[in-house]
Design a protein. Sequence first.
Length: 388
Amino acid sequence: MTQSTEQIEKIGDLAAGAGIRRVHLLAWRDLDDVEAGGSEVHAAEVARHWAEAGVEVSMRTSYAQGHPPKVHRDGYEVVRKAGRYLVFPRAALAEATHRNGRRDALIEIWNGMPFLSPLWARGPRLVFLHHVHAEMWKMVLPPNLARAGNLLESRIAPPLYRRSRMVTLSPSSKEEMLEIGFRDEMVDVVPPGLDPQFSPGGQRSDHPLVVGVGRLMPVKRFDRLIRAVAQARTSVPGLRLTIVGTGAEREALDALVQELGAEDYVTFAGRVEDDELVDLYRSAWVVASTSVREGWGMTLTEAAACGTPVVATRIAGHVDAVEEGVSGLLADNDTEVARLLARVCTDTALRTRLQSGALSHAARFTWASTSTRLMELLALEATRHRQG
């Protein structure tokens, strides 16, 4: 019996022992959404593992462009109703009035806007908050809406959720939650897992190659990465950059590439299939992230599992996804990003050591372990509710 099989059985035993047969999961977006990212992968993997263990899982999200309103995926049900904003009140109302049927437990995924489950939900409940959004509000919303979002997150929601069992991805994200008023004893840290497809193999590029992966959105700050690569090329003339992902920032990033005269060494790969992404991770000399806000940085551990070192900004989430000096290096500013990229690409001994360290670091993370720990927490909540 493999470790993964043992953990699936453990999930089933935990759920049965706590009387959890049907779980409802509320999320902003579905995995099939064109803007799906790490939060959606996390939800899908947890739902898949719980379903495999015999738990009936129903996930409610907003519409996904070009996809039907209801589908079964990997053993669990996905119900897509309402648009980007109406999904919050409509999903909450449906749950509060039991229109979605019976549930034994509820999972709320708080991705920017909460579903406000403490106001209407009864019974066992977990809330996933991957990270505090902070300055992200003003990056993606008009000033008035940004102020409202920040007020809700930092002042209104923490006291409302003070009795809710919260789960976040990293110790550094937990620290940020505590700073805005969440209770230490009510916040648990459960790191995300990794799909086994992310593994070493293939061949490194014959020229120094940096790969960046993520949605092309303001918070990811791919403009910083492009400028850093341009600067690093002064000491690594053959250095190239491939950016994987789509999003609203593509036009602005194209303009920056033209402004820098970087068309010959910056490539936008767009949205790629999983096997192509694995090949890119394996061929890269270094994978980089210059994001300003992350709950973890799943692309960094995916790259590590492929044996590729990382250079990333020193922010909450990154400081846990990267084992500094072992799986990669962390930078405090844009100049240091450029310097560390050049260093990894020119220092063969360092790069070899980080490649080995990356594999060791990534081996700690599996979706089976993540899903098991989350069911442990949910089972504890179910037991607590049953005992009064």
